[in-house]
Design a protein around this ligand. Structure first.
Ligand code: 3H9
Length: 654
């Protein structure tokens, strides 16, 4: 411990200052004040000191910078536990003989929220937020959260926070009495200091709504899809209602330690760090993006409207263009209906709603795009249509503007080559519905300038998306891996597994829905049309499964027609003997003796297909890393995050 005139340093990350008999402890561990060993040690030393000091009558704990504390240091989770542990720290805070108030200046997440609720009171600024996101890391709160939170707020509300990991803004935290006072940023510390000089308020465990608790529990269990952490979270919150605090805390510790070393937690930690590293692609190191203020979106169908809604949300001025005034008006109506829904659900307040409406201009011709800094096209996925559009834009937009194509399957190299300035052409492959799905593949063509790519990447980030860089290959990263996966699933059909068996294996693995059920839901005709276009160029030597084509020839286009890979009786999915017979006939035709497959064998073959394609994409420098591939498959194709993605699951990263 070192001491200057007024401030004391208890460890590298914990400093304190005493004023008017109150010690203000500041946790300063940039960038997010994660609770590393130095934070835990420093807090304990500070508490030792305060315990014996007559000069200190109250204590305030706050965080330096804009975060209170973002939780335990996730980087330490792979390593042996070192003392003092966080549960020891929170226990000490909770039982401390002087009043300790948390001055919550920003996000209090995980262990950060646990520190705050172990204190004897909480004063928070409008910038604060509270959450226990441990389930998203395959964990449960491990420093008292599962036991103290349901004693502080109603148990149903605690279950919702702990079981879903959702974060609450300051107003909601106040409403449910998770915090005692809301203060302006400049009076936060003073108000907390005053509170610390009063005796800690006696709390009565709040009454909770048993029916609501049961409903929340059911929803959490239904969404868990093979994940263990949410089940354990529910179990621990239930225990908080049955055991005394110390028994509950010891159960929590035991379960936390088991989960911490589980495959699920390792996989989700991988995803956490994969997302952070995807934000800083090596290819764009040191490259500054252009300043993009006005976005143009051509095509206001489902995809274009979704992109426009995201762009309005991010604060851009947006010009939406359709071919005719009529189509533009229809697109406008659709966008307004999404904004209105957001207003009704409270996602937008009235000011933001009005601002977003004003930020959108609609036009029935391209001329208005002369002022746009970036134009994203979301028109019909046809080469000639897109090239004609980009050539027209070449005559309208400024030379400095960037043109992005949202194509899924066309070759952006060829689109770029047909334009005046190929270096300004990139791909921005959004996923539908674009205002909801996070993934955006940002495509660098062979001509794209790094500045153009960096600009597309920065815009996607500003839209609060997850941009992943991809080189040019058919289907980019996602659809190219998805094709390999789909192809293997169809081989499996011929080799002996039926659609419902493959779907059951996928759902067992953690997918929300099996592949064939998803096909039926999305409709089979678009992929059929694509296969027909490609038929002429198909290598006859390659194995081709024609069952999907035969289904379409029979008019079985999926759920909407009541028939697809399954039959739908009163909306319920059922095995269809007609499909079974088609599959059996395909096997006979190729002289394949069907084998029987276990769930694990099916899962293994499908994973292997994804991994092989993933490795190829890395060798060909289409994907920058295995973790980027994992993020694409998790965020665009429903791969279960708690398995870490296909590359992680295949041991390519651990
Ligand atoms: C826990 O608390 C368990 C306890 O219950 C029990 C223990 C016994 N640790 O996201 P960003 C890094 S589990 C280590 O890009 P933003 C991150 O890697 C924990 N590092 O910024 C990145 O580093 P780099 C429960 C962390 O502004 C940098 O900080 N808590 C941690 O978009 C910036 O992060 C959580 O799950 C951490 N806990 O978002 C909260 N957090 O620059 C996890 C961040 O080297 N964190 N880093 O790439 C978050 O949700 C966001 O980071 C936050 C800021 C909202 C705080």
């Amino acid at each position: 411990m070192t001491s200057s005139h007024s401030s004391t340093q208890f460890s590298d990350t914990i400093s304190a200052i005493v004023e008017d008999h109150v010690m203000l402890i500041t946790i300063n561990n940039p960038p997010v004040n994660a609770i590393s060993a130095s934070v835990r040690q420093g807090l304990m030393v500070a508490l030792d000191w305060i315990e014996t000091s007559d000069a200190v009558q109250g204590v305030v704990i706050s965080g330096a910078g804009s975060t209170f504390v973002a939780g335990a240091d996730i980087k330490e989770f792979g390593q042996p536990v070192t003392e003092p542990t966080l549960p020891q720290v929170t226990e000490r805070l909770a039982g401390f003989n002087k009043t300790i108030i948390a001055a919550v200046n920003g996000a209090a997440l995980g262990g950060g929220a646990e520190i705050a609720i172990a204190c004897h009171g909480r004063v928070a600024s409008g910038r604060s937020s509270f959450g226990m996101p441990e389930v998203k890391l395959g964990l449960v709160p491990g420093a008292g959260g599962t036991q103290r939170l349901p004693r502080l707020i109603a148990a149903d509300l605690a279950l919702d926070m702990i079981g879903t990991g959702r974060t609450l803004k300051s107003a909601e935290s106040l409403e449910i009495q998770l915090i005692d006072e809301l203060a302006d940023e400049d009076t936060l510390i003073t108000r907390a200091k005053n509170a610390s000089l009063k005796p800690a308020a006696k709390r009565v465990t709040p009454h909770y709504d048993a029916q609501k608790f049961a409903n929340i529990k059911t929803a959490i269990l239904r969404k868990s899809r093979g994940q263990n952490a949410p089940l354990k979270a529910v179990e621990l919150v239930e225990l908080s209602q049955q055991l005394d605090l110390s028994q509950g805390l010891s159960q929590e510790r035991q379960i936390f330690l088991q989960l911490r070393d589980s495959d699920e937690a390792k996989a989700l930690r991988h995803v956490f760090f994969a997302e952070r590293s995807a934000k800083k692609p090596a290819m764009l190191e040191g490259v500054s993006p252009k300043d993009i203020k006005i976005l143009g979106v051509v095509g206001m169908g489902l995809m274009g409207s979704g992109i426009i809604v995201s762009a309005l949300n991010a604060g851009y001025q947006v010009i939406g263009v359709e071919q005719t005034e009529e189509a533009a008006l229809a697109g406008h109506q659709h966008i307004l209906s999404i904004l209105e829904k957001n207003l009704q659900s409270g996602r937008l307040n009235t000011d933001a709603f009005e601002r977003q409406k004003k930020a959108l201009t609609i036009a029935g011709s391209l001329e208005s795009l002369g002022v746009a800094d970036l134009v994203i096209e979301a028109v019909f996925d046809d080469f000639n249509v897109k090239v004609k559009l980009f050539q027209a834009l070449d005559q309208i937009v400024r030379a400095s503007a960037i043109l992005a194509t949202n194509t899924s399957y066309l070759n952006p190299n060829e689109i770029a080559a047909a334009t005046l300035y190929p270096q300004r052409v990139i791909g921005m492959h959004f996923f539908s519905p674009a205002h909801i799905m996070r993934l955006v593949e940002v495509i660098h063509t062979q001509y794209s300038s790094l500045e153009a790519v960096a600009s597309g990447f920065a815009v996607a980030n500003k839209l609060k998306k997850l941009p992943i860089l991809s080189g040019v290959v058919e289907g980019f990263i996602g659809n190219s891996i998805f094709s390999a996966y789909r192809r293997e699933a169809e081989f499996l059909l011929e080799d002996g597994a039926y659609p419902h068996e493959i779907d059951a294996a996928l759902e067992d693995y953690g997918f929300a829905m099996g592949l064939f059920a998803v096909y039926d839901m999305a409709g089979l005709e678009i992929a059929w049309a694509k296969r027909k276009r490609e038929a002429l160029n198909r290598d006859p030597q390659l194995r081709y499964v024609k069952i999907a084509d035969q289904l379409c020839e029979l008019g079985r286009f999926g759920q909407k027609s009541g028939l697809g890979w399954y039959q739908y009786v009163n909306g319920k999915r059922e095995i269809d003997p007609v499909v079974t017979e088609l599959i059996d006939a395909a096997r006979r035709e190729k002289n394949i003796t069907p084998q029987s497959f276990t769930k694990e064998q099916i899962q293994q073959r499908l994973l292997q297909a994804m991994q092989t394609q993933g490795n190829l994409l890395m060798q060909n420098k289409i994907a920058a890393s295995a973790s980027d591939i994992d993020l694409v498959m998790i965020n665009g194709y429903g791969f279960p995050a708690h398995k870490g993605g296909p590359m992680f699951a295949g041991g390519m990263l651990n």
